[in-house]
Design a binder for this molecule. Structure first.
Ligand code: BES
Ligand code: ZN
Ligand code: ZN
Length: 524
C-alpha cells in the first residue's frame, strides 16, 4: 500500500497499487477532475536562457503568485521552440499545466520558407502540449490562443487526431476549449479547418476493404447530412451517380480502370450553392479516388503496397474541403467531383497496349495500367468543363516522381494560370501546407502525344520528369483558362516531417484548399 498527499487539497489517502504505465496525475491529484491547460512561452529576444510568458501564461502566473515563472526557472534551461514541460498541482482549476515553447514572438511570414513561421510555431507547440496531456489521460484541455486562436485550434485538433477506430485500446478522447482569449470566431474557424483535414486523414488511413468507393461516398454523404435542411434553400445538394450514368457519359478511360475490380465504381458529385448570386460560376474541385491501387496488370511490387489504400487522397482532400466550406458557410458556389474505383488485376482488367476512348473522344494507349490516376481524371476533367467553371482545381496522388522531386515539403502545382497559382500560393503561406509551382512545358506534352496506336500514351516516352509528363497528359483534357493540377503523392503520408501531425496519412493539403476557397469567396 502507498500513502500520498494530494498536491491540490493536501488530503491524505492510500493507493493500493501503482501500475508502471499509470499517469502520475491519477494518483498525485487524488479525486480531482483531470483538466489540463496548455500555455506558451516565447524565447526572449537577444537572450539565450530567458523567456517571455504569453498574456495568458502571465495571468495564470499572477493568479499563483509567480509560481509558474519560478518553476520554469528552476526546472531547467529556458524552453526552446518545440520543447515542453508539465507542472502538476499549480492551480486548482488545472491540475496539469503543459507549458510549450513557441520560439520567437512575432516571427511572421518567412520569404524563404514560404510560410508564416509564427502560425506554424503555434500549431506545432499546441499540438505537442495537447498530445502530452492526452498521453496522461487528461480528458479536457483548455488551450490558450498564443495571439492566433485559429492556428491554436488547428494545432490542437490536428495534434490530437489518431486513427484508432480498429484498435481495442483507444487513445483518450479529449475535449478542447479556448482559454484566456475572446477570439471565439478564430478558434471555431480553426476547429473546422482542423476537422476538415482530419476527415481527409480518416478516409485516407482507413483500410481499402472498409473504404470502398461506395463507403467513401456514404461517409461524405453522412458528413453533409447535418446541412441537408439547407438543401431547400439550395445551400447545397448531393447525389451519387450510378454506374449506368458513367457508361452513358462515355467515360471510357474511367471505366477501363474500374473494370478489373469487383467493387462497383462511383462517380461522386457534390454541389454547394453558398453564393448569394445563384448564377455565379462554380469553383470545380476534382479528386483522384482510387480506393486501392494495386497497379492492375502492371502490378506494383508488394513492399509498401498497403499505402495505396490512400490513393484516394485527392478525392478525400477535395471532398473534405467542400464539407468544410459548407460548415463555414462560405459565400461561394463549389462543385466537387470524385471518380472512385479500385485499380485491380483480373481477367477483366485492362492490359498494357489496350486503347480506350475518353469522354472528349481522345484515344489513349494504356501502356502501363499503373498510370491509372490520369485516366480517371481525364474523364472527370472533361465532365468538370460542362459546368462552365470559374476555375478547376484537381488533386491527385498521381506520381511517385512527385515524391522524388519535392518529398513531403510541398504539393506540386502545375497550372496554366498565373492568377490561379498566385491564389493557391497565398493560401498555402497562411496554412503552412505549402505548394510549389512545377512546369507545364510543351517538352513534356510531346512525350505523351507520342503513341503508336492512339492520340495519347498514358506514360511518357522517357522515364524522366514523371510528374511533369503526367501533368502534360492531364492538360490534354483541359480547355478552361484557369486550371491547376495538384500532385499530392509526396505529401500523402507523414512520418515526422510535419510536427503537428502524428505518423500516418496526412490529409494534406485540405486546409490550403479551404483557405483558397475562402479567399476566392471574398472576391467578386
Ligand atoms: N498512385 C500511384 C502514385 C503514387 C506513388 C502515389 C507513391 C503515392 C505514393 C500512381 O498511380 C502510379 O502508380 N504512378 C506510376 C506512374 C508510372 C507507371 C508512369 C508511378 O509513379 O510509378
Ligand atoms: Zn498506379
Ligand atoms: Zn494511383
Amino acid at each position: 500500500m502507498f500513502n500520498f498527499k494530494c498536491l491540490l487539497c493536501n488530503a491524505k489517502y492510500a493507493c493500493h497499487f501503482i501500475l508502471k504505465k499509470m499517469p502520475i496525475a491519477t494518483f498525485l491529484l487524488h479525486g480531482h477532475l483531470l483538466n489540463g491547460l496548455v500555455l506558451g512561452v516565447y524565447e526572449k529576444e537577444g537572450e539565450t536562457d530567458s523567456f517571455d510568458l504569453t498574456t495568458a501564461a502571465r495571468s495564470l502566473d499572477d493568479a499563483v503568485s509567480g509560481k509558474l515563472s519560478e518553476l520554469l526557472k528552476i526546472s531547467g534551461p529556458a524552453l526552446k521552440k518545440g520543447k515542453n514541460r508539465i507542472f502538476y498541482g499549480l492551480h486548482e482549476d488545472f491540475p496539469c499545466v503543459a507549458v510549450v515553447g513557441l520560439g520567437k514572438n512575432n516571427a511572421g511570414v518567412c520569404g524563404s520558407e514560404n510560410w508564416d513561421t509564427g502560425k506554424e510555431n503555434i500549431r506545432a507547440a499546441l499540438s505537442a502540449g495537447c498530445r502530452l496531456l492526452q498521453d496522461l489521460e487528461v480528458s479536457h484541455v483548455e488551450v490558450e490562443a498564443c495571439g492566433d486562436a485559429q492556428a491554436a485550434a488547428e494545432g490542437a485538433v490536428l495534434g490530437l487526431f489518431q486513427y484508432d477506430l480498429l484498435k481495442t485500446k483507444k487513445k483518450t478522447k479529449v475535449t478542447t476549449q479556448l482559454h484566456g482569449s475572446d477570439d471565439v470566431a478564430g478558434w471555431e474557424k480553426g476547429i473546422l479547418y482542423g476537422e476538415g483535414q482530419n476527415l481527409a486523414r480518416l478516409l485516407m488511413e482507413g483500410p481499402a476493404n472498409l473504404i470502398t468507393p461506395t463507403a467513401f461516398a456514404d461517409t461524405i454523404e453522412e458528413k453533409l447530412a447535418p446541412y441537408s435542411e439547407r438543401v431547400t434553400s439550395s445551400l447545397h445538394f448531393f447525389w451519387v451517380q450510378s454506374q449506368g450514368w458513367i457508361v452513358e457519359q462515355q467515360m471510357g478511360a474511367f471505366l477501363s480502370v474500374s473494370k478489373g475490380s469487383e467493387e462497383p465504381p462511383v462517380f461522386l458529385e457534390l454541389h454547394y450553392n453558398g453564393s448569394p448570386d445563384k448564377t455565379q460560376a462554380p469553383l470545380l474541385l476534382v479528386g483522384k479516388g482510387i480506393t486501392f491501387d494495386s497497379g492492375g496488370i502492371s502490378l506494383k511490387p508488394p513492399s509498401g503496397m498497403d499505402a495505396m489504400r490512400a490513393d484516394m487522397g485527392g478525392a478525400a482532400t477535395v471532398c473534405a474541403a467542400l464539407v468544410t466550406a459548407v460548415a463555414l458557410k462560405l459565400p461561394i458556389n463549389i462543385i466537387g467531383l470524385a471518380p472512385l474505383c479500385e485499380n485491380m488485376p483480373s481477367g477483366k482488367a485492362s492490359k498494357p497496349g489496350d486503347v480506350v476512348t475518353a469522354k472528349n473522344g481522345k484515344t489513349i494507349q494504356v501502356d502501363n495500367t499503373d498510370a491509372e490516376g490520369r485516366l480517371v481524371l481525364a474523364d472527370a476533367l472533361c465532365y468538370a468543363h460542362t459546368f462552365s467553371p470559374r476555375a478547376i482545381v484537381n488533386a491527385a496522388t498521381l506520381t511517385g516522381a512527385m515524391d522524388v522531386a519535392l518529398g513531403s515539403a510541398a504539393t506540386g502545382v502545375f497550372s496554366n494560370s498565373d492568377w490561379l497559382w498566385e491564389r493557391l500560393h497565398q493560401a498555402s503561406v497562411v496554412t503552412g501546407d505549402r505548394v510549389w509551382r512545377m512546369p507545364l512545358f510543351q517538352h513534356y506534352t510531346r512525350q505523351v502525344t507520342d503513341s503508336q496506336l492512339a492520340d495519347l500514351n498514358n506514360v511518357g516516352s522517357s522515364r524522366s520528369g514523371g510528374a511533369c509528363t503526367a501533368a502534360a497528359f492531364l492538360r490534354e483534357f483541359v480547355t478552361a483558362p484557369h486550371w491547376a493540377h495538384l500532385d499530392i503523392a509526396g505529401v500523402m503520408g507523414n512520418k515526422d516531417e510535419v510536427p503537428y501531425l502524428r505518423k500516418g496519412m496526412s490529409g494534406r493539403p485540405t486546409r490550403t484548399l479551404v483557405e483558397f476557397a475562402a479567399r476566392l469567396a471574398q472576391e467578386a
